[in-house]
Structures are given as structure tokens and as C-alpha cells.
Design a binder for this molecule. Structure first.
Ligand code: NDP
Length: 469
């Protein structure tokens, strides 16, 4: 890693969470280095906007190709830094390239309108915002960075990425690959610094036009408040407590087989984790039997093994946080005992390991059933009929994702319309595709990433009236 050796924000020891091994020590940017990155980004703005659309698209495609050519290196870096299974990292790096290809294709297709008006001609332009700060969490560092970089660069903005200080390695490599592809210097900057210092500075900086934030609802709230001072544009992709709703008429084997990946994928550190399973009462016993089997089959272990389905948590600090939801007396507010029904495998030895854990039945008022845990812990709650399922699914402050398992097509559509969340899937737990929009409702945030919808989040409409009088 060839980073400068000093940083006014201190230093960061970047750790492999599966082994506790030190990967690299990096300087952390303070306010000064953050301001310098913003200044380079401002300067690069006119250069980037002067690149002809077809050439900008070509540069993004070349960047995407560079990611493909270095895919294995990037995947190994992500696995070492986040502890995620190598199979997941390979998929996520492939997605980074696909995102860049997709938005390369959009560069010259995000067109304005001509509007019928009296007395002249009226035109609209989709203009870039300027400098975009992309604040990214540690759970999908490369993928989430690309969701912001792709549409922002395609529409003519310059970008300063602030990865989580825990997981900065792939963002730094992506910046280098952009430069190698011929993207002009300053167009894609990466600031490695802490949230409260570098992140907060980006949010308050008068030359940053927009903050694209992904992270916790608590920090999202402070970002939104701080952005108000400069009337900055903000999109927020925040937490979730998504429901996985299994009706009695569903293909129970398929639903149970898919359930572990839906909540334990990425060790549960996924804002879309289906951490509340709602199961219709007549099939409660049968579904729980099947779920117990599929949890037992879920392979936890060495993230570098391509067969591994779940690695450790991102840091040992997170073990205590996740564990705090379980145990006797933890059924707040009543103080009931939160005793797991199923606990999966977990390797012995160093590393931030936490076993896949299922609490069933859980009381919907318990903390474990209400708060985002961001670890491999699921609750199962029984329901009686469609109305009850909608009531329980919407009994949360969040609204990010959810699944509906049923063989009744009309019910699937009724449920999909009634559940108050941004991304729903029927007979599947998948939420994220490059071509389709992704984002939350309620306190899961606002604004959409991915799909053609993301282009609107990085542009503003300018209206021009030309008199023909
Ligand atoms: P945080 O909200 O703590 O951090 C997210 C990012 O914000 C990090 O880069 C962090 O930097 C930065 N940050 C922290 N404090 C500030 C601040 N005051 N001003 C500006 N930036 C700041 O979340 P976690 O990293 O802990 O991620 C887990 C959370 O994120 C979960 O609760 C999850 O729900 C949510 N999340 C939501 C997603 C979505 O798409 N909706 C996707 C992924 C996660 P640093 O880490 O360096 O301090």
C-alpha cells in the first residue's frame, strides 16, 4: 500500500477479522486532507464535464474492464478486509464492473425534454451537481461505493469517496484502477478517515454539492441535519428490519432452504437482512423443522474457502453488540428470556466469529425483534392470515426490503403493495440488481440507487425557455 505516511486524523490499523492479523496501517485524513481532496475534486469538475459523452462512456467502460481484469485481486482484498466469503466477494466485484458498464451505457441516454409551451420553445437539461461525497459503510465496501461512483461519474459529477475506516482497501484500489483507465486525476478521490472527522467535514464542506450516504439510521440523521446548513442534496440508504413472510400455501422447502442466506448472508451485516421471519401458524411446526435443518447446513468458516457461506463479523467489537440481544432477561421491555432455538456452527480460535442464531418464537415487542442487529440473528414470529402478516411486517420504523412466499399470485401482489418497504421480492430473498432501483422508505432513508432511477439522484433539471416572438 503506497499511502503517505502522515495524516492529521491519526492512523488506522486495518485488520483481517477472520484471523486478527494486521493487513496494513494507514494514515487517517483529518480536515486538512479532506479539504485538499475536495479541492482536487472541484478542480477536476470542468475537465470531466468537457469530456465528450461518448468518451466519458468509453472511460467508464475501460474502468469497468480494469475491475474485471483485477477481479480476483479485488475479491481477495475484500475478503481479507471484511471477512466475507470469497464467493461473495467475487460476486460483489463482478457487480462493481457491471455497475460501471451499466452507467457507461447511460452517459449519452439521460436526455432532457422539449416541453410544449406558448410563445417559444422550452427545453430541459439534466445537469450534474458538482462534487459528490460518497460515504460508504464496511459491509459491502466496493459494491456500495460503485453504486454511487457509477451514476455520479456518468452524469458528469466528480466524486470523493469516504469508505469506512475499517474497510478502505478496495476503494483505494478502485481509485487507482480509474486513473489507470484514463479517468482524469481528481475525478475520483478517496479519503480514508474517520466518520466523525473526514465524513463530517465532507457533509459540512461548502464545495460539496451532494452527500450520498449509506450507513446507520442514527448517523444518517446527523448527516441530514448537518447537510441542512448548506442546503446540500442528500440521499440516505439506512438500516432495516425486513420481514420474510411465509404463507401456509408456500413451497416451504424452498422458503426454508433460502432463509439462511436471506438473513445470515454477509454474517447478517446486510441492511436487507430478512431478520424477522413471519410464519403462518398452520405450518409453524413444519417450517421450523425445515428451517432447523437448513441452518444446520449453513457453512460457517474460513472466508477464503470457496464453499464457505458465512465468515466472521467485521470486528471483535461487533461480537459484544450482537450478543447483547440474547440471553435471560433480554426480552425487553417485559424482560423475558431470549433463548435461541437453533444455533449453527462456528469455528474455534481467533476472529470475530458469531454463530447463526434463530430465536423462535419471539415476541414482536422484544428488542431482538425490533432493532437492527447487524449480525446473524433471526427471530421467527407466528401470524394468522394476510391482515395479521401486513400488520406485523409494517410494525417497524424501517421500510427497506422484504420477502413474500406464497403460491397464490394475487396474494403475492396484494402483499407486495401492502408492505411498506422499498424493495420486495416474491418467492425469493433477492433485493439488489444493477438494472433495478434500490432504496428505502420510512427511517430506512430516501432516494434510489441503481437502475436508471439513480441518475436523477446525481442531476438537477434545468429549464430553459427560448422566446420565438
Ligand atoms: P455508520 O453509520 O456508523 O457508518 C457509515 C459510514 O458513515 C462510514 O463510512 C462511517 O465512517 C461514516 N460516518 C460515521 N459517522 C459519521 C459522521 N458523523 N458524519 C459523516 N459520516 C460518518 O454505519 P456502519 O458503518 O456501522 O454500518 C452499519 C450500519 O449501516 C447498519 O446499521 C446498516 O443498517 C447500515 N447500512 C445500510 C445500508 C443500506 O443500503 N440501507 C447498507 C449498509 C449498511 P467510519 O466507519 O470510518 O467511522
Amino acid at each position: 500500500m503506497s499511502e503517505a505516511s502522515t495524516g492529521t486524523g491519526g492512523r488506522m490499523r486495518v485488520i483481517n477479522p477472520a484471523t486478527g492479523e494486521l493487513l496494513v496501517e494507514l494514515p487517517l485524513a483529518g480536515t486538512e486532507e479532506t479539504d485538499e481532496a475536495v479541492a482536487r475534486s472541484v478542480e477536476a469538475g470542468p475537465v470531466w464535464r468537457a469530456v465528450a459523452p461518448a468518451d466519458r462512456a468509453r472511460l467508464l467502460r475501460r474502468f469497468a474492464t480494469g475491475v474485471e481484469e483485477h477481479a480476483e485481486e479485488l475479491a481477495r482484498l475484500e475478503t481479507a478486509n471484511v471477512g466475507k466469503p470469497i464467493a461473495d466477494s467475487r460476486d460483489e466485484i463482478a457487480m462493481v464492473a457491471e455497475v460501471l458498464h451499466f452507467y457507461a451505457g447511460a452517459v449519452d441516454k439521460h436526455r432532457g425534454d422539449t416541453v410544449p409551451v406558448a410563445g417559444g420553445v422550452d427545453l430541459t437539461f439534466h445537469e450534474p451537481l458538482g462534487v459528490v461525497a460518497a460515504i460508504v459503510p464496511w459491509n459491502f465496501p466496493a459494491a456500495i461505493a460503485s453504486w454511487k461512483i457509477g451514476p455520479a461519474l456518468a452524469t458528469g459529477n466528480t466524486v470523493v469517496v469516504k469508505p469506512s475506516e475499517l474497510t478502505p482497501l478496495t476503494a483505494l484500489r478502485l481509485r487507482d484502477l480509474a486513473l489507470e483507465a484514463g479517468v482524469p486525476p481528481g475525478v475520483l478521490e478517496v479519503v480514508v478517515g474517520s466518520g466523525p472527522v473526514a465524513g463530517a467535514r465532507l457533509v459540512e464542506h461548502p464545495d460539496v454539492a451532494k452527500v450520498a450516504f449509506t450507513g446507520s439510521t442514527a448517523v444518517g440523521r446527523t448527516v441530514m441535519a448537518a447537510a441542512a446548513a448548506t442546503i446540500k442534496r442528500v440521499t440516505l440508504e439506512l438500516g432495516g428490519k425486513s420481514a420474510n413472510i411465509v404463507f401456509a400455501d408456500a413451497d416451504l422447502e424452498r422458503a426454508a432452504d433460502a432463509a439462511p442466506a436471506g438473513v445470515f448472508g454477509n454474517a447478517g451485516q446486510d441492511c436487507c437482512a430478512r431478520s424477522r421471519m413471519l410464519v403462518e401458524r398452520p405450518v409453524w411446526d413444519r417450517f421450523l423443522d425445515l428451517l432447523g435443518d437448513s441452518v444446520a447446513r449453513w457453512r460457517v468458516g474460513d472466508p477464503t474457502d470457496p464453499r464457505t457461506q458465512m465468515g466472521p463479523l467485521v470486528s471483535t467489537d461487533r461480537q459484544a453488540v450482537v450478543g447483547s440481544f440474547l440471553g435471560s432477561g433480554m426480552g425487553d421491555p417485559g424482560g423475558g428470556d431470549v433463548v435461541p432455538r437453533f444455533v449453527g456452527q462456528v469455528p474455534a480460535g481467533p476472529g470475530a466469529w458469531f454463530p447463526p442464531t434463530v430465536v423462535a418464537p419471539a415476541d414482536p415487542t422484544w428488542r431482538v425483534a425490533r432493532e437492527e442487529i447487524f449480525g446473524p440473528v433471526a427471530v421467527v414470529i407466528p401470524f394468522d392470515g394476510e391482515e395479521d402478516a401486513v400488520r406485523l411486517a409494517n410494525d417497524t420504523t424501517y421500510g427497506l426490503a422484504g420477502s413474500i412466499w406464497t403460491r397464490d399470485g394475487a396474494r403475492a401482489l396484494r402483499m407486495a403493495r401492502a408492505v411498506d418497504a422499498g424493495n420486495l421480492s416474491v418467492n425469493s430473498n433477492g433485493s439488489v440488481r444493477v438494472q433495478t432501483s434500490f432504496g428505502g422508505r420510512r427511517q430506512s432513508g430516501f432516494g434510489r440507487e441503481l437502475g436508471l432511477e439513480a441518475l436523477a439522484a446525481y442531476t438537477e433539471v434545468k429549464n430553459v425557455f427560448v422566446s420565438t416572438a
